[in-house]
Ligand binder design. Structure first.
Ligand code: ADP
Length: 297
């Protein structure tokens, strides 16, 4: 079983002719409200593929919180671990102009109140999981507590997004650390990154994780573990409509396949198909494919 520990946000989206400058007001489209946040996205992506999935997250006691709980439940996610209250549900205020460029303000809200104590109280969920997947839209100390409370035979997967430098304790637990190019640069920090994605993967591996996956958008991904040469995972050629959520779908699929016992390279190849399917449709959660749709790709 997969446990996702992470964020849940309501994405409030307004289309505008032009994004406003300081002191300016612009009129926009009707408001669209979508369930989002990397944790909620990953849980829905995994459940839609058929993974038995639970979410450990925190939402507010408000309409946005109910929207998130409903979308998780509809997708088949076990929401018993979703805590309610303490602050308003996290919100992303998104304005999008006709060229697709956006400006985003995030209020972490309840996500910032998912505490290490909440992780300790979720011991049962942790012990019921083969794989735990986390991101960084919740406090870093909460992720540290996940690592400290990880059962012996439970695998930990981290997508450090939004990226920041990671403590050695967290790095050492990652199996794999999953990063895109931007996240790779921030996590590598002073170590710097040059050359090819294969070289980035090796440089990241030297920081301590048990394995590394670098995602490269339409170019697929690179997988590195142990002392062997990094392996290139090909992408699937698709017509990209909207890349929102591709990384979340990729990570969820990878975590699920690893939990099913597949090798990292095989799991990444499957995840690349899931990521590709997700970019063929608009939106985040609504764009995530079922296993049948992945097979048909
Ligand atoms: P993020 O959204 O975190 O930046 P990526 O853009 O690298 O992550 O996407 C994650 C994965 O999804 C990629 O490794 C790839 O397998 C798949 N993917 C993303 N964009 C495309 C695309 N345009 N065509 C095919 N596959 C894609």
């Amino acid at each position: 079983d997969l446990l996702v520990v992470g964020s849940a946000n309501a994405d409030l989206v307004i289309g505008v002719e032009r994004r406003p400058g300081a002191g300016e007001t612009v009129l926009g489209s009707d408001l669209a409200v979508h369930p989002g946040g990397k944790g909620a996205n990953q849980a829905v992506a995994a459940a839609r593929l058929g993974a038995r999935t639970a979410l450990l997250a925190r939402v507010g006691e408000d309409g946005h919180g109910r929207l998130l709980l409903d979308s998780q439940a509809e997708s088949g996610v076990d929401t018993a671990g979703v805590l309610v209250g303490g602050a308003p549900t996290g919100v992303a205020l998104i304005t999008v102009d006709p060229s697709g460029d956006n400006s985003i303000v995030v209020s972490p809200g309840a996500n910032a109140r998912l505490t290490p104590a909440d992780v300790r109280a979720a011991e049962g969920l942790l012990h019921a999981s083969r794989v735990v997947s986390a991101q960084l839209e919740i406090p870093l100390e909460t992720v540290v507590e996940v690592v400290r409370n990880l059962p012996e035979d439970t695998r930990f997967v981290l997508n450090p997004s939004p990226p920041r430098a990671l403590p050695p304790e967290v790095l050492a637990a990652c199996d794999p650390l999953i990063v895109n190019e931007h996240e790779a640069r921030v996590v590598a920090g002073g170590a710097g990154l040059g050359g090819t994605p294969e070289e980035w993967a090796r440089a990241l591996l030297a920081l301590g994780p048990r394995s590394v996956v670098v995602t490269l958008g339409a170019a697929g991904a690179v997988v590195a573990e142990g002392t062997g040469a990094p392996v290139r995972v090909p992408s699937v050629k698709v017509e990209a409509v909207d890349t929102t959520g591709a990384g979340d779908a990729f990570t969820a699929a990878l975590a699920w396949r690893l939990g099913a016992g597949e090798s990292l390279a095989r799991a990444a190849a499957y995840a690349a198909r899931v990521g590709a399917a997700a970019v063929t449709r608009a939106g985040a959660q609504v764009s995530f494919p079922t296993a049948r749709e992945v097979a048909a790709l």
